[in-house]
Design a protein around this ligand. Structure first.
Ligand code: ADP
Length: 542
């Protein structure tokens, strides 16, 4: 017997309708990349009306339903209008990461078969370079006014503002099957070609609702949210949808992701919540320390995308009163999988024991089931000690990649490629990506654990650990360090810093000092590049 409840399809258009009707006057603030970083203010009602204009523009440009529409854009109100308008009008929003190599961007756009590409005017040189090879793109739209249209060699760009001005703001959002695709993101593809994850309307809504939960991002209509995570990185971790759902004020930082620009926005807009990768918070922290700044507002943040060094969390908490919630996930999980909120029984623990829980990657959010398995696929105990491959399932977990036939799942579970432990409370601790763990004499060493110890040293600005070849042990850890400006330390001092903090045999065999550590297009340490760079490194122990 079915329940007698409306069979309402969960669609992105529901968010647009809701936020316009009930939070229409809430502000959306943007730092405009096409206007020297000028601050632009509008409301959710404006965004919704302009999303309907976007839908009319797509009709005029003859973009068929269910085809893909690409973006190469920073976080702004215009990108939000595309988030809302493209998917609600039954087209698929494909956010492309402009930090990828041009060849990768071309490959991704061709694979997705984007029909239109909306780009920030600052990406005009990039677009000019790739356009001749992007055969499916019929229209290139510069997200700017007609007077600021870039002069380009290979493209006759249309002006976003001109197109919107000419379009009607009336549009009836269609209703359709919630399982239809809403958006598409490609994983960075550090090895092999990138893989497309195609999110449905249903998965987008359920994931965004889960993101708002109190033990997750705890988003409310009282919040002022500054997503530092770019909207081209796994749906901006769901914040563009979640903020619309809750009617939270949005502050969109455009291209200004440096410490100074962010600090200014946090202060001027009275931000209460933010989200970003550790590298961004490291940059902000350095800016605060250098200029001896404090925040005059109370805010909290989510950090994820790579392991957050405990030292960073501690500094933000103790010096700046900012609570950082540690989240784990990936493109294949929309991206949220776990979130680091304490349980009731943790509250009576001493602060340092609470902190030991908070630095883990968090526990499963309702909707995501999670287990760790050994190499035979047998489930391992949730004792916080056994570590194995992390498998997940749930209504916002990938079931297959776009236009790839092979099924990535195993018995209905998605193998994440990450390795970790799970404790009796469900807290996950990531040891490594399976391809980054260091295999020493048949045992595994966690590069993340070693990096966390190194990051707690006062002279260390950034640390990375990779495995390099060792004739006896197969691999041994090499510590790569960027020193803080004006700070000195030595190999021996750094290695001494590990004493008592980890098993002795985990201690790195060598330390190298570098001016810079390479990062990927999503702001993570590029272990792949480091492994290439130090392929020939001779360990003193070898
Ligand atoms: P990309 O591969 O493009 O960087 P993702 O954002 O999907 O794309 O990366 C997901 C991966 O990032 C995860 O598989 C995991 O290895 C890593 N990751 C994400 N969050 C964390 C975290 N809190 N701690 C450690 N690793 C993390």
């Amino acid at each position: 017997m079915h329940g007698l409840i409306m069979d309402h399809q969960l669609l992105v258009a529901d968010i647009v309708r809701h936020v316009e009707r009930f939070h229409g006057d809430t502000e959306v603030v943007s730092r405009l990349p096409d206007d020297g970083g000028r601050i632009h203010r509008c409301t959710y009602a404006d965004v919704a009306a302009r999303a309907r204009r976007v839908a009319n523009v797509l009709d005029t440009l003859a973009v068929a339903p269910q085809t893909t529409v690409g973006t190469l854009a920073w976080n702004t109100h215009r990108h939000l209008e595309l988030y809302y308008g493209v998917s609600s009008a039954r087209r698929v929003l494909h956010t492309v990461n402009p930090r990828l190599f041009p060849e990768q961007i071309i490959w991704i756009i061709n694979h997705a078969e984007d029909q239109v590409l909306f780009f920030d005017e600052c990406f005009a040189p990039l677009v000019d370079g790739i356009a001749p090879q992007c055969k499916t793109v019929k229209h290139w739209v510069a997200m700017t006014t007609a007077d600021k249209l870039p002069t380009m060699k290979n493209v006759q760009p249309l002006s976003y503002e001109e197109l919107l001005a000419a379009a009607s703001d009336q549009y009836e959002w269609p209703s359709f099957d919630e399982r239809e695709a809403a958006s598409l993101c490609y994983t960075s593809g550090t090895t092999g070609n990138p893989k497309g994850v195609l999110y449905s309307h249903r998965s987008t809504i359920l994931h965004a609702m889960a993101a708002c939960l109190p033990d997750v991002m705890c988003l409310t209509a009282r919040d002022v949210v500054l997503p530092v995570v770019p909207m081209f990185h796994v749906n901006g971790w769901g914040t563009p949808y979640a903020c619309g759902m809750m009617g939270a004020k949005l502050v969109l930082p455009g291209a200004g992701l440096d410490g100074a620009s962010l600090y200014e926005l946090f202060e001027s807009e009275r931000v209460t919540f933010s989200a970003g990768v550790p590298t961004v918070w490291l940059g902000l922290m350095q800016h605060l320390q250098k200029h001896k700044l404090k925040f005059t507002t109370q805010w909290r943040s989510t950090v994820g995308g790579s392991a957050c060094p405990p030292a960073l969390m501690k500094t933000f908490r103790d010096d700046y009163g900012v609570r950082i919630g540690h989240a784990w996930g990936m493109s294949e999980m929309s991206p949220l999988g776990t979130y680091g909120s304490l349980k009731n029984h943790h509250l009576s623990l001493p602060k340092d024991e609470q902190f030991a829980v908070e630095i883990k990657q968090g526990r499963p959010i309702f909707g995501v089931d999670l287990k760790i398995v050994d190499e035979t696929g047998a489930e391992l105990p949730r004792d916080g000690k056994a570590f194995g491959d992390i498998h997940v399932k749930g209504p916002w977990v990938v079931s297959g990649y776009y236009k790839l036939d092979n099924d990535p799942t195993i018995d209905g579970w998605f193998p994440t490629g990450d390795v970790g432990t799970l404790d009796p409370d469900g807290f996950l601790q990531i040891t490594d990506r399976s391809k980054d763990v260091i295999k020493s004499g048949g045992e595994w060493i966690s590069s993340i654990d070693l990096e966390n110890v190194a990051m707690a040293h006062p002279a260390v600005q950034e640390a990375a650990v990779i495995g390099v070849h060792h004739p006896k042990w197969d691999e041994r850890p090499l510590l790569i360090i960027v020193k803080k400006p004006g700070q000195e330390t030595s190999r021996d001092e750094l290695l001494g810093h590990f004493t008592g903090k980890i098993a002795k045999w985990w201690t790195p065999d060598d330390v190298v000092f570098v001016p810079e550590i390479p990062h990927t297009a999503t702001g993570k340490i590029s272990k792949l590049q480091l492994r290439q760079q130090f392929k020939e490194h001779k360990l003193p122990t070898a």
